[in-house]
Design a protein around this ligand. Structure first.
Ligand code: SF4
Ligand code: SF4
Length: 285
């Protein structure tokens, strides 16, 4: 059984703009002593809700191969090996296409002439701050860098005695799979629109494939009006953890960077109840 103080909860959504970050930030805040870990590395904006200053920045680097052409005999073993087509043999020279390289290190191993070495390439940062008992870790990918899974892997190395809330990238790409690795429980945040439902189903399929326990938070909910996400959950026997109503005042507060569980007792309780619910579910596993 997972000790409740070290629960890791991954928050997902099929697309951007459903309220995934709102749920993640407010859940972390309502819990109190917790971690908010932003793995939405291409657009990390959860930290904007926490107004304190950044207290630490760590550079994240990957290894990129470089070719010593005076040692290379043109055997092309490295080119044939690279599953990502990041090496090409052009004009009698091996060329490294950095944008395609996944830093697997394989080409260096297979080269019979020891003609390949590696250099560090900066791909992003992990920035840290702290506020209201929440440790905020933000992964940030430098624009133009094609893959940031290394940043997510680094973020998830965080060991703690406190619950960790993981704000995943939107969608179902490989960065999402990386971000849910090691999660004890997942939350899918759904928005009751046709587009929202289509993306919701993709995340549902992904979590089912990974056999992960999860519940649903329906955002932008109109009370007394059964919506398409709610119907889908009922039809598929999915647990609904909470419904956040559509509310202009709420939308305004969120767009002004206000943590709603810090200034509104109803929402504070709503997020505390979500957490208690998840704790109970995990304990019963
Ligand atoms: S490190 Fe891996 S991905 Fe990058 S060029 Fe070499 S074999 Fe290809
Ligand atoms: S495996 Fe080594 S020797 Fe062969 S082409 Fe690649 S770099 Fe050159």
């Amino acid at each position: 059984m997972v000790p409740s103080n070290s629960i890791r909860i991954a928050v997902l959504s099929g697309k951007g703009g459903t309220g995934k970050t709102t749920v993640s930030v407010n859940l972390a805040y309502a819990i109190g002593n917790s971690y908010y870990i932003d793995c939405d590395i291409e657009e990390p904006n959860g930290n904007l809700f926490f107004k304190s200053d950044i207290n630490n920045i760590v550079d994240i680097k990957v290894k990129i191969p470089i070719i010593n052409h005076s040692l290379c005999d043109g055997c092309r073993k490295c080119v044939d090996f690279c599953a990502f087509n990041a090496l090409a043999y052009i004009n009698n020279r091996v060329k490294v296409i950095e944008e395609l390289c996944h830093s697997c290190g394989g080409c260096k191993i297979v080269c019979p002439k020891n003609a390949i070495s590696e250099v560090d390439k900066l791909i992003g940062f992990i920035k840290t701050k702290e506020e209201g008992g929440v440790k905020v870790l933000t992964g940030e990918l430098i624009p133009g860098i094609p893959s940031g899974t290394t940043i997510i892997k680094e973020l998830l190395k965080t060991k703690s005695d406190f619950p960790q809330i993981i704000d995943c990238p939107p969608g179902t790409a490989c960065t999402v799979m990386e971000a849910i690795d090691g999660a004890d429980y997942c939350i899918i945040v759904g928005e009751p629109t046709i587009f929202g439902l289509a993306n919701f189903k993709m995340v549902h399929e992904l979590l089912s494939e990974f056999n992960l326990k999860f519940g649903v938070v329906i955002n932008k909910y109109y009370p007394n009006d059964k919506n398409i996400i709610e119907n889908y959950c009922l039809d598929n026997n999915l647990k609904i953890l909470a419904m956040i109503p559509y509310d202009n005042k709420l939308a305004k507060d969120i767009s002004n960077g206000i943590i709603i569980s810090s200034n509104n007792e109803i929402y504070k309780q709503l997020f505390k109840d979500i957490y208690k619910n998840i704790e109970r579910e995990i304990k019963s596993l």
